[in-house]
Ligand binder design. Structure first.
Ligand SMILES: [Zn+2]
Length: 207
């Protein structure tokens, strides 16, 4: 179906809507027409949510999770084990792991993985803040929960090498479960199990 209409306004809205992942032009047109049927207040509220999201969003100064305050709700939660830090690529991974209800430590969001092809090196990621955090907080264990891609593996190894000097246990989530798929898409039960059954990082090197 061709979404070309006589309206430039509709075309522009469809262009924007279909720029989102997983939204084709046909779906975009359906959504745009649906929005058009709503009253002005509703549409204002809808669009304002995204403007505010981008202009007001903050990131936790400790773990780089998304946060409404200086520290996120996980970092300030005293019932969580702050001796345990789970290292993830992005906030979607936190959401996936939280959904398992199997992990009660804290997180550290790298903000990506090392990828020379894309010009992303260790200094572009939140690795230095992880090192100082482990040093300052007497962290007991760092859990590497990165994707099984080559970039994920490289990043995990880089972090492991940095942690070696810090006298902290380094573990990794069970292989062959969340690996291969995006971590965010692993089902909750197997992801939860892979966190509980995590193994020492050195063991994963031997394989
Ligand atoms: Zn935090």
């Amino acid at each position: 179906m061709n979404s070309s209409s006589s309206s430039k306004l509709i075309e522009e809205a469809v262009d924007q809507m279909s720029s989102l992942p997983g939204i084709g032009r046909k779906t975009a047109l359906r959504l745009v027409l649906q929005l058009l049927e709503r009253n002005k207040d509703e549409v204002d509220r809808f669009s304002r949510a995204f403007v505010n999201l981008k202009s007001e969003v903050k990131f936790c100064k400790q773990c780089h999770n998304i946060s409404d305050d200086l520290l996120c709700h996980i970092c300030v939660n005293k019932s969580r084990d702050n001796g345990l830090i789970c290292v993830v690529q992005d906030i979607r991974d936190i959401m996936a792991i939280e959904a398992t209800s199997q992990y009660f430590g804290q997180y550290h969001v790298l903000g990506g993985v090392i990828s020379p092809m894309d010009g992303i090196g260790p200094s572009d990621l939140n690795i230095n803040s992880l090192i100082s955090r482990v040093e300052e907080n007497q962290t007991k264990e760092v859990i590497i929960a990165l994707k099984g891609s080559m970039e994920g593996e490289t990043t995990g190894f880089y972090i492991y090498k940095k942690m070696e000097k810090l006298n902290v246990k380094v573990s990794t989530i069970a292989r062959g479960i969340a690996v291969g798929d995006e971590l965010e898409y692993a089902d909750e039960i197997s992801l939860g199990r892979s966190i509980l059954n995590r193994s020492l990082y050195t063991e994963s090197l031997a394989k």
